[in-house]
Design a binder for this molecule. Structure first.
Ligand code: PXP
Length: 248
């Protein structure tokens, strides 16, 4: 496998959202993770939110026990989540901002405003062997702060790009895409590995996947929704195909 291949991390949070709507055991996010692995996912992403609205602690236990691909454990920078991450030592930890009232992770983490605390927060996770990423907007101050606080990876937030696309605001979309391109190059030049994700769909993935500095995309909500219509395996296979085609 070439080391410039773009990895696909499949986020299974919203399988748990549907399960939790009825409070039972179905659909099982672990079964979705297994299928995603078989369909060619290079990693599984799961966000243990403070309010446990989708993924549960037991889901994380199960994923750690069964996955054959790396787990990207998304979490807020809280003491509770740090304890959980240090207990499990997942391959990757992605630090995201979290507000209880939000429907999803709405913006990037303000790393620049919280440098000292985040540096202290990240150090033990690094020492435990986790690759730590921070989920940030395409902003030079945030990229530089990510390098300063000891992150190994930045995940660039593609939500604004996808929202502009959905709203038909093509000039704003293209400007945001230019920022994503520029910040990918900037982050790589600072020694950071570059990932991206949030809100990506079949319609929006190609220009992002074509950014040469990117190493991984994390995609969830759209794939789980699309799985209703065509099944999870074909939904993932089509995303993989579009990513590979964009990569040329
Ligand atoms: N990357 C990060 C850091 C996220 O928080 C999320 C959403 O949980 C995603 C990627 C995936 O976003 P979506 O579910 O919109 O594809």
């Amino acid at each position: 496998m070439s080391d410039t291949r773009l990895r696909l991390g499949v986020n299974i949070d919203h399988v748990a959202t549907v399960r939790n709507a009825r409070g039972g055991a179905y659909p099982d996010p672990l079964r979705a993770a297994r299928l995603a692995e078989e369909a060619g996912a290079d990693g599984i992403t799961a966000h243990l939110r403070e309010d446990r609205r989708h993924i549960s602690d037991a889901d994380i236990d199960g994923l750690m026990a069964m996955l054959t691909v790396p787990l990207n454990f998304e979490m807020a920078a809280t003491e509770e989540m740090q304890r959980i991450a240090l207990r499990h030592r997942p391959h990757a930890v992605c630090i995201v901002p979290e507000k209880r009232e939000e429907r999803t992770t709405e913006g990037g983490l303000d790393v620049a405003a919280d440098r000292a605390r985040l540096a202290d927060f990240i150090a033990p996770l690094r020492e435990a062997g986790c690759r730590v990423s921070v989920f940030i907007g395409a902003d030079p101050a945030q990229v530089e702060a990510a390098a300063d606080v000891g992150a190994a990876v930045v995940e660039l937030h593609t939500g604004a790009y996808c929202d502009f696309h959905a709203e038909g605001r093509t000039a704003a979309r293209d400007e945001e895409l230019d920022r994503l391109r520029a910040m990918s190059a900037h982050a790589l030049a600072l020694g950071l590995e570059v990932h991206a994700g949030h809100g990506l769909t079949y319609d929006t993935v190609a220009p992002v996947a074509a950014i040469p500095e990117l190493r991984e995309l994390n995609i969830g909500h759209f794939l789980i929704g699309e799985a209703i219509f065509r099944g999870l395996t074909p939904a993932i296979a089509e995303m993989r195909r579009l990513m590979d085609a964009a990569r040329g």
